[in-house]
Each structure stands twice: as structure tokens, then as C-alpha cells.
Ligand binder design. Structure first.
Ligand code: ZN
Length: 298
């Protein structure tokens, strides 16, 4: 059976794995996201060191963005305009392909996590859904009619502009591009800036969680109106605060005010807004699925 390599390149850590599916991961390594001059050789060395497992048919990369995921573009496989030191305009996929001499699949971390959840997790059998990560950054991937959503570039759902009433919420937001976009208002750094504490140290009844749920549910209402997803999967560090799910499930239908008359927005909302079934492994497992597709293009 063919083996696949997966690389999940997140904002703070890199995960590399070799295997075929969630039950068959034969090797895995994690290391910090430093510059590409360090990360790429380290990933290549990991795959080479595991040669005893057998040859790898392809590698999938789930990358923080913005990236160029268009196979017809001259800069396909590049991390493009990221503010992350050293990474802007890096030919990530090309460097891996040249070093390992295998096909390389490349997409955003969140589109790739969506793919993993579709193959093995909470989105099995669906064809249109969203995977949203809420952590240091906020990002959303989507599958629409059975295909991962690209287009002009790829969705950047975390930078959605949401209504922000400065009279009731004077926090100006902390996105370096937009100030008070969704990520700027309620990503991990916003929670920390608002409270002076890291999110994981805050009590469940801290009022900041109501603020986070308020903005996230506004965003979800907008995603529902635009993409008509059959499910919304919410992962990432902030969403490990499991009590947020109850708040968001309660608030999202209120914003829509019965306009969309579906059980998914009423009695069945517990199965509509859900955590990832693959947990924090959705990204790296999705990268394995991405590799499988790269090895077997249709
Ligand atoms: Zn922003």
C-alpha cells in the first residue's frame, strides 16, 4: 500500500507525518515554525530518515497563508504575502518536490483540515461545509459541492468585518491589517489584550467569552448566508473552551432571526455547529489526504 507524507505548517508549530489514514500513522514529528531555511530542510530530513518505512508516493502541505493554491499559476505552492518572518514569497511546495522528487499537494491549513474532516471526521458524506479554526489567528476553509473552495485566492474568513459597536465594546481590535475584523476582535491575541491573561487561564464564566461568542456567531450567520453550509466545524485553541459551543449555538440563530427555517438552526443545531472529530489532527491528516489526491490526480 502506498504511503503518504503530510506537513501541517501552522503559525507556531510544524507537524510532519507518514501514513495512510488516522489509524495508520507510522511516524510523526513536531517542531516550532521558525524560518523556511530551517523548517524545509528539517521536514525533508524527517521524510528521508523514515525511508525504512518504504517510499512515499506524494506529500501534502497544509500551509498558513496567504498562499497560492492555483496549480496553473507560476507561483503555485508559494507562501505569498505573509507577515511571518522569512516566509513571504517562499516556494514551499517546490522546495519539497525538488528535494523528495514526489508530487506535492498544497492548500491552506484550513482547507486541508476541511478535507481531513470530510474524509475521516465530522463532515463525512457532506458536500458543502466550513471548517473554521479559532486560535492565534482565525481562518476558514470550505468545501463547496464536493470541492475545496479556491477562486481569486482562497477564503480568508477570519478577516470578516463584523458589526462592532465602540460604545458597548471600546476594544479597538488588534489585526495588523484591519484592526477590528473578526480575528482582531476575538482571536487568541484579542482575548489576551482584552483581559491581560491568556485564554486558557480564564474562567468559563469570564465575560470575555460572551464577547468572543457574540462576534463568532455574527460571523457564522454571515457564512451561513453566503455559503449555505450543511455543517460548520469549529476547531483551534480558543474552541478548546468547550462551553463556547453552547453560547455560539444559542446566538447564531438569533442573528438570523428565523429567516432560514431549517432544523439545523433550531433543534438540530448541536449537530450543525460541531468540534472537529479529528481534534487537533485534522490538519496533518488532511495533508495526508491531500498527498493521496496529488499522487492520484483525476
Ligand atoms: Zn484582519
Amino acid at each position: 500500500m502506498a504511503l503518504y507524507g503530510g506537513i501541517e505548517a501552522g503559525g507556531t508549530k510544524i507537524v510532519c507525518a507518514i501514513g495512510t489514514d488516522p489509524d495508520h500513522i507510522y511516524a510523526e514529528v513536531r517542531f516550532p515554525t521558525t524560518g523556511p531555511d530551517e523548517v524545509i530542510p528539517r521536514a525533508v530530513a524527517f521524510f528521508r530518515e523514515q525511508a525504512d518505512l518504504g517510499p512515499i508516493a506524494a506529500v501534502g502541505i497544509a500551509a498558513f497563508g496567504p498562499i497560492d493554491p492555483d496549480p496553473n499559476s507560476p507561483t503555485f505552492g508559494y507562501v505569498t504575502t505573509t507577515p511571518k518572518p522569512g516566509w513571504a514569497h517562499t516556494d514551499f511546495a517546490g522546495a519539497i518536490r525538488r528535494a523528495l522528487r514526489v508530487p506535492v499537494g498544497f492548500d491552506t491549513d484550513v482547507n486541508t483540515a476541511a478535507l481531513g474532516e470530510h474524509r475521516w471526521g465530522a463532515a463525512q458524506g457532506l458536500n458543502t461545509f466550513i471548517y473554521l479554526t479559532v486560535g492565534t489567528g482565525i481562518g476558514g476553509g470550505a468545501m463547496v459541492n464536493g470541492k475545496l473552495l479556491h477562486g481569486l485566492m482562497h477564503p480568508e474568513m477570519g478577516h470578516l468585518r463584523v458589526p462592532h459597536n465602540l460604545a458597548t465594546d471600546p476594544f479597538p481590535g488588534c489585526c495588523s491589517y484591519h484592526g477590528d475584523c473578526l480575528e482582531g476582535l476575538c482571536g487568541g491575541p484579542a482575548v489576551e489584550a482584552r483581559t491581560g491573561k491568556r485564554g486558557e487561564t480564564l474562567a468559563e464564566d469570564d465575560l470575555v467569552w460572551d464577547i468572543v461568542a457574540h462576534y463568532l456567531s455574527l460571523a457564522l450567520a454571515d457564512y451561513i448566508l453566503v455559503l449555505s453550509p450543511q455543517r460548520i466545524i469549529m476547531g483551534g485553541g480558543v474552541m478548546t473552551q468547550a462551553h463556547l459551543f453552547d453560547k455560539i449555538r444559542k446566538m447564531t440563530p438569533l442573528h438570523l432571526n428565523n429567516y432560514i427555517d431549517m432544523p439545523q438552526l433550531a433543534a438540530a443545531i448541536d449537530r450543525f455547529i460541531v468540534p472537529p472529530r479529528l481534534g487537533n489532527r485534522a490538519g496533518v491528516l488532511g495533508a495526508i489526504a491531500l498527498a493521496e489526491i496529488a499522487a492520484n490526480p483525476h
